[in-house]
Design a protein around this ligand. Structure first.
Ligand SMILES: *Cc1c(COP(=O)(O)O)cnc(C)c1O
Length: 414
């Protein structure tokens, strides 16, 4: 190792300005740089405290540095890190058993992110269609405003044109239909469709819950034409809606389910869950990834799953959700010029921005941050809240107090 490089790079001060010098400018992060966190508490480089109602975009559902997860990860870090796919390992086998026992699925494929889980799901759907129907069934139907990741295939399947601009030519045979529109689904899902992919609750697209009738209709249409139904539960899964997976709350079972984000509580992992019937089409050598099912990630995910998938834990998510929804409805009542509605499910909630503040969700986010509360946006017109699922009643009260302060400042300035 180069001792000189080590001493300068590891000890030299770095600030938000460093980001603008050395990071590819795909993101515009906040000015403050977080350095430490525990639970829903977070501190920046200046020692300022924040209450975190983002959980890193619905990822750290058990809170930052959760001691149970830290213990599991540290134990595994001292035991076995990585093998590659020439070998399996005990943590990944336990995780697959736990996930298949807890869901409709018989089999799991592990990867490192939500995009990769969806990539696997879409590739599987195409493989099944080729095996059964040759080239007669290529079409994939997805929803407008959906988000499925940033690989070229998943971003093309996602329903936000701005994310594919400049990356053409895009993979063909992908159609987009309006979300929650049963007639559009009936018109689009024909015999040449191999897969329908949908978020049971749209996250990035504005925190929009699927109507139960809509998801049921998608199930029926897929059965009718022999297409596979893929639920992208990367954001809404793993307890966020109050069920382990959202499909269980809806009572509509997909053929393929994708998970990531909260599955690893911040340690990168993604999973595609499916049935024996479909899984057999991904035979040896047809798909893979180096880190998929790595012992560290699998250990963390197993710990997270075991913690979340408890009746008392999920009941508390529903209780906290009701409390937070009550507070947000109060905000809509008291600041009608700023917020027009509350929507979402469980602890994935959106405050829809009212007409006078249209396009200004980011300003509301910044004002809250100034007062010490981290929140998310979902597009320019929705403020998104996704606190850790362990959020306390006192923390919900505190978030409400801070949003009120922030909004009062904003409206005073306007
Ligand atoms: C975040 C997200 C993805 C992409 O996950 P990455 O881990 O960022 O690749 C896919 N689908 C949904 C619904 C998401 O919210």
């Amino acid at each position: 190792m180069n001792a000189k490089l080590d001493s300068t790079v590891t000890t030299r001060p770095v600030t938000r300005a460093t980001f603008d010098e050395v990071i590819v400018p795909t993101y515009a992060p906040a000015q403050m740089v977080p350095v430490r966190a525990a639970g829903l508490d977070l501190w920046d480089q200046n020692g300022k405290h924040y209450l975190d109602f983002t959980s890193g975009i619905a990822v750290a559902s058990l809170g930052h540095c959760n001691p149970i997860v830290v213990e599991a990860l540290t134990r595994q870090a001292n035991t076995l890190w990585h093998l590659g796919n020439g070998y399996t390992n005990e943590p990944v086998l336990r995780l697959a058993l736990a996930l298949t026992e807890a869901t409709f699925a018989d089999r799991a494929f592990f990867c490192n992110s939500g995009a990769e889980a969806n990539e696997a799901a879409l590739k599987l759907a195409r493989k099944v269609a080729h095996a059964k129907y040759g080239d007669k069934k290529p079409r994939i139907v997805s929803c407008l405003n959906s988000f499925h990741g940033r690989t070229l295939f998943t971003v093309s399947v996602g329903g936000q044109a701005k994310y594919t601009e400049g990356f053409e030519p895009l993979p063909p045979s992908i159609d987009h239909i309006p979300y929650n529109d049963i007639e559009a689904a009936k018109a689009a899902i024909g015999d040449d469709v191999c897969a329908v992919i949908v978020e049971p609750v749209q996250g990035e697209g504005g925190v929009m819950p699927g109507n139960p009738d809509y998801l049921k209709t998608l199930r029926e249409l897929c059965d009718k034409v022999g297409a596979v139904l893929i639920f992208d539960e990367v954001q809404c899964g793993m307890g966020r809606t109050g069920s382990l997976f959202a499909y269980q709350g809806y009572g509509v079972t997909p053929d393929i389910l994708t998970s990531a984000k909260a599955l690893g509580n911040g340690y990168p992992i993604g999973a595609m869950l499916t049935t024996d019937e479909l899984a057999k089409h991904l035979a040896v050598g047809t798909h893979g990834t180096t880190y998929g099912g790595n012992p560290l990630a699998a250990t963390v995910a197993l710990t997270v799953l075991e913690t979340i998938n408890q009746p008392a834990f999920l009941a508390r998510v529903k209780e906290a959700s009701e409390k937070l929804i009550g507070k947000l409805e109060g905000l809509v009542r008291d600041f009608p010029q700023v917020f027009s509605a509350v929507r979402g499910a469980g602890l994935l909630l959106g405050l829809v921005v009212a007409e006078p503040f249209k396009g200004r969700s980011k300003d509301i986010q910044r004002a809250a941050e100034a007062q010490g509360l981290m929140i998310l946006i979902a597009g320019m017109d929705v403020v998104r809240l996704a606190p850790a699922l362990i959020v306390s009643d006192a923390q919900i009260d505190e978030a409400d107090r801070i949003i009120r302060l922030a909004v009062a400042e904003l409206t005073k300035a306007a």
